[in-house]
Write a protein that binds this ligand. Sequence first.
Ligand SMILES: C[S@@+](CC[C@H](N)C(=O)[O-])C[C@H]1O[C@@H](n2cnc3c(N)ncnc32)[C@H](O)[C@@H]1O
Length: 218
Amino acid sequence: MSKPDTKQTPAHVHATTRDWAAYFDRTAGMPPRETLVGALDTFGEIDPSDPPLAVDIGCGIGRDTAELLSRGWRVIAQDSSAIGLERLRSVPQFQHAIETGQLRIINDAFESFTPPSCDLLNASFSLPFCPPADFEAFWSRIDHAIKPGGSFSGQFFGDRDDWSILEDRTHLTRTEVLSRFEDYVLHSFREEDRPSNHTGEAHKHWHIFHIIARKRTK
Ligand SMILES: C[S@@+](CC[C@H](N)C(=O)[O-])C[C@H]1O[C@@H](n2cnc3c(N)ncnc32)[C@H](O)[C@@H]1O
């Protein structure tokens, strides 16, 4: 988790603003993340009389939460962005799920949030925004929350990503990522290490690990 001393480019300046409202505008209506869909497929049909529980951390405006609900899961959706959660609450599908108790929303930061025991912990493009000083403790709370036989789906950012020099992001090497999953079976481990398709100030080098993993039962 070292921070190389590299010159900041326009993409770094762009990234430091953390303009989540603009991000939510850009991603509104987009389909669920492939890692979530892949993890859900490994569970197959669920028992509607005893639905499993997913915790969607850094849920944003509910791109993945919507898919979980539509497949019958109970969901705890957590994020520190009040703007994003307000948008989420304004959507009839989510309002209905809150009223029936299928969905609970938690406005909290990774730094203080303790996920409850769950069958699936989904962290789509959110964990890297946990500050490095809080990351190990948060990961250990995540790992503790995932039941034996339960799953993790989500992304980590790698050390070759352009944003790795930003002090408030957590970037891991491949070895550091894999070491977190020694007690898991990896269903999918995909490493993306490439320049972005963006032009202008958003252009950057991406280094991302996409993971679907099932915790061993013993
Ligand atoms: C790149 S977005 C991903 C949103 C959604 N999961 C998706 O796949 O589109 C990162 C999310 O993490 C949330 N976030 C960033 N830092 C956070 C923190 N310290 N605590 C809780 N949530 C945070 C942001 O508000 C945002 O919704």
